[in-house]
Design a protein around this ligand. Sequence first.
Ligand code: SF4
Length: 281
Amino acid sequence: MSLQTKLEVVCLELLKKTSTDLPPDVEQALEKAEKGERDPVARANLRAILENLRVARERGVPLCQDTGLPLFYFWMDPSLPLDPFEAARKAVKKATREGFLRPNTVHPLSRKNEGNNLGKEMPRVKVFRRRGEEVEVTVLLKGAGSENCSKLIMLAPEKGVEGIKELVVKAVAEAGGKPCPPIILGVGIGGNAELSMELANLSLLRPLPERHREPSLRRLEEELEKRINRLGLGPMGLGGKTTCLGVKVEYAHTHTASLPVSLSFLCWAARRASASLEVGG
Ligand code: SF4
């Protein structure tokens, strides 16, 4: 099997896994939330989510009817004889044909659907440089319910950290049950408009228990998480203390006159998975 074909296989397996299973950290957080809820409706919702997960995993069927849009992240040496874009495209086409992905991708104006989840700039692929013979791939599936709650706010810099906290909590409150809570929220701060959204998405790749390495950002994640859970939206927005399973923050330096803040929502079906390919192996 050629190296390129091996990469396509890795991408396809990741799509199958993300479509039908949740990462262990998300499952554990849902189990912990279920045990901690006193509200009977919240508890019942979390039980239904966990039962849904068990059945999907056992039968190898998608966790949710909306299998989202796939995002691929590659960390690899650009000198390797590999085309990650082509590997992702082929894998997406095959996963759609095999029923692991619903054909969600349409032209934005005509709404024409080619039925294979391919199209201009689709699937979304980001490639990051790194040295060595190991290629790391991560796939994230983002459903429309949560993606439609995304936000980019060019905050006035004088609003500062308190302004960021206020806008984040307000945005989650306004989203209500739309992103299918409990959510995981990615917050991208700084950079330019484009980078802040990329940072918000990248922060979602960090496993739930992993806090930001910098103490001030770690404290911000913890405070946002507490304030969001105090909103009382609960699972599916029907009340309870588990509105979010985690908040992840990432930042970049920015223009002195700017303070972009981006929010990227993941629903309870927080589908991500990673794998690596040893080029020499
Ligand atoms: S937001 Fe998530 S759980 Fe809700 S319908 Fe979309 S993919 Fe499914």
